[in-house]
Design a protein around this ligand. Structure first.
Ligand code: PBG
Length: 324
């Protein structure tokens, strides 16, 4: 045999030399959950190792992550039913738990990239991402609320806004509002190809944000479709998205590659709650080596073409990368 590919695998030194994909702590955005109160953290049952934090304990958690080199954080609020209504009013209250937390986090950690979530569901008594009327999700009426949320978050000091709602036209609508108010420097990372996935289950437990009726199939994408991801990406980029996202990640690696091959903006993949829960459950049972499958999964997302990975594994993976 003249060609023997195994020669390039014969030692750790040579394997390292020819390695095509490398994970870095710079790739990660860590999603974190915020609750009211102080001095508390509550573990999410279906996401071992992930907690809902009160603002003070969240600050400590962010500090630990910053010390590990993590630069991106995405905050999600978990609210009691008393803070929810049909129009998600609390979502654009400048004095809300969420918006005051953003302000304080950014003040304490001016150098991090602070990302937000824009969608009605954490604040909606219907548990949907848009306004519900007679069982339908209204698109254009919802844009007005999303725009107000975006502006409140920009004013609070957010660096990157993440519209996760999948309403049509929201990226352009939000961009326009931000620009007119002088927030031209605030970025938009659009949830571009967000699928109607069962892998969001543990996240909805964490936020108590499951839809009160029906599902999200009239706005989130059909898992069977991929051309549609190109349609969504064309729109989001033409409306001004700075970065686009595929969500979930592991069951949608082909979509990550599709967008990476077709667009020149950074591609983000959201390694979602259910993907985290699966690996944690199997490793708790001793059926998989948790650390190895975590690193292999993150590597596969990067290899598929993701430039940025939103992942609940960020802290654990950063600890491992720091030892290398
Ligand atoms: C809602 C939102 C969801 C997630 C992020 N933003 C859930 C949903 O669409 O129902 C899911 C994240 C995860 O599962 O980790 N706007």
């Amino acid at each position: 045999m003249f060609r023997r590919p195994r020669r390039n695998r014969k030692s750790a030194a040579i394997r390292a030399m020819v390695e095509e994909t490398t994970l870095s702590v710079n790739d990660f955005i860590y999603p974190v959950f915020l609750i009211e109160g102080s001095g508390k953290r509550e573990e999410i049952v279906s996401m071992p190792g992930i907690y809902r934090y009160t603002l003070d304990s969240l600050m400590d958690e962010i500090q630990e992550c910053v010390d590990l080199g993590i630069k991106g954080f995405c905050v999600f609020p978990s609210l009691g039913d008393d803070k929810k209504d049909k129009y998600a009013t609390e979502g654009h209250n400048p004095e809300s738990l969420y918006n005051t937390a953003l302000k304080q986090i950014k003040t304490k950690f001016p150098n991090i990239a602070l990302m937000t979530d824009i969608a009605m569901d954490p604040y909606s008594s219907d548990g949907h991402d848009g306004i519900v009327e007679n069982g339908e999700i209204l698109n254009d009426e919802t844009l007005d609320i999303l725009g107000k949320m975006a502006l409140a978050q920009a004013k609070a000091g957010a660096d990157i806004l993440g519209p996760s709602d999948m309403m049509d036209g929201r990226v352009g609508y939000i961009r326009d509002i931000l620009d007119k108010a002088g927030y031209t420097h605030v970025s938009i990372m659009s949830y571009t190809a967000k699928y109607a996935s069962a892998f969001y289950g543990p996240f909805r437990d964490a936020l108590d944000s499951a839809p009160k009726f029906g599902d999200k199939k009239t706005y989130q994408m059909n898992p069977a479709n991929k051309n549609e991801a190109l349609v969504e990406a064309d729109l989001d980029i033409s409306e001004g998205a700075d970065m686009i996202m595929v969500k979930p990640a592991l069951a949608y690696l082909d979509i990550i590659k599709l967008l990476k091959d077709n667009y020149n903006v950074p591609i983000t993949a959201y390694n979602v709650s259910g993907e985290y829960a699966m690996l944690k459950a199997a490793s708790e049972k001793g059926w998989l080596d948790g650390e190895k499958v975590m690193m292999e999964s993150l590597l596969s997302i990067k290899r598929a073409g993701a430039d940025i990975i939103l992942t609940y594994f960020a802290k654990e993976a950063a600890q491992i990368l720091a030892q290398k």
